[in-house]
Design a protein around this ligand. Structure first.
Ligand code: SF4
Ligand code: MG
Length: 292
């Protein structure tokens, strides 16, 4: 399988996080990066316990502040391959402005948002990303913050999940990946995720014998019939269409949830800022095993 070592995992039985850690570890084992350069940073929540469970350099920080810590780590040494693990409660409430500014800066890190629609660690209160009428449209929010890579994947499709993490890591800049995750204890969505469509660049939007047409800039569901000439073709570089995709559940509840790479910016400049002060060198901090 892979050579990643785990500590004892204490998530509940059946938690969707098991699938995510499994696929993440497979991706990490494939990377041609020395283990000492892989760093996992998390905030607070069930998902954010991940750095304890996988044996890499890891920092379990505080509510919503993983973004600043991950940014600092990356700036201290560009060789660091930084994975930021956060939940919907952590990133879309107290960490919201940190998330948006991290995306705006386009630092080369991977942000994985485990979205179960609730605050699982504090016993299941609804979060702001619950896909109801009163929630944030989190994909649209990230797109409008200038995200250069936005994708959505599922905890229960391991191959899709693994590929998405792989492509997110290949992207130079901030990669934002929303992973729909099941919490069987407080919000069991296992049998509710059935109206979905998998996106593939340059492929038509076809699913379950249906297709989606774009008529006067409006997505319309039709029975899949070869006579249609204007079936929507996914283009990951088209920001306008990506916004439409992110708004499917608002435009029409019957439209499927788009899964896949929703947007990738084709051309942009990246600049690597470096912190030159030695005393703030994060490698020194890790090596001294300082706990603070
Ligand atoms: S409470 Fe939910 S999210 Fe947290 S570990 Fe248990 S199943 Fe997973
Ligand atoms: Mg959550």
């Amino acid at each position: 399988m892979n050579n990643i070592k785990y500590n004892k995992i204490k998530w509940c039985l059946g938690c969707g996080n098991y699938s995510i850690i499994n696929q993440l570890s497979k991706v990490l084992s494939l990377l041609k990066i020395k283990k000492k350069y892989i760093v996992i940073v998390s905030g607070i929540g069930c998902s954010s316990r991940l750095p304890y469970y996988i044996k890499f350099k890891g920092v379990h920080t505080i509510h919503g502040r993983a973004f600043s810590i991950a940014t600092g780590i990356k700036l201290s040494n560009k060789k660091f391959n930084v994975w930021l693990i956060t939940g919907d409660g952590d990133s879309f409430s107290i960490g919201l402005k940190h998330l948006l500014h991290t995306i705006r800066r386009n630092i080369n890190i991977n942000i994985l948002i485990f979205n179960n629609g609730i605050y699982a660690l504090t016993k299941g209160q609804k979060s702001y990303s619950n896909y109801n009428n009163n929630s944030f449209n989190i994909i649209a929010l990230m797109l409008s913050s200038g995200a250069t890579f936005v994708a959505k994947t599922l905890y229960n499709n391991p191959i899709h999940l693994r590929k998405t993490l792989y492509y997110a890591n290949k992207h130079i800049g901030t990669s934002c990946v929303e992973i729909i995750q099941n919490c069987p204890i407080y919000n069991n969505i296992k049998n509710k995720i059935n109206n979905i469509i998998y996106l593939k660049n340059n492929y038509k939007l076809i699913y379950n014998n249906k297709c989606i047409l774009l008529k006067n800039n409006k997505p319309i569901i039709k029975n899949n019939n070869k006579k249609f000439k204007n079936i929507w073709i996914h283009n990951i570089y088209n920001l306008y269409k990506s916004f439409l995709l992110s708004n499917f559940y608002i435009i029409n509840k019957k439209l499927p949830i788009p899964i896949g790479i929703i947007y990738k910016k084709r051309k942009y400049k990246t600049k690597h800022l470096v912190c030159k002060k030695k005393k703030y060198n994060i490698e020194n901090i890790f090596n001294k095993n300082i706990i603070f």
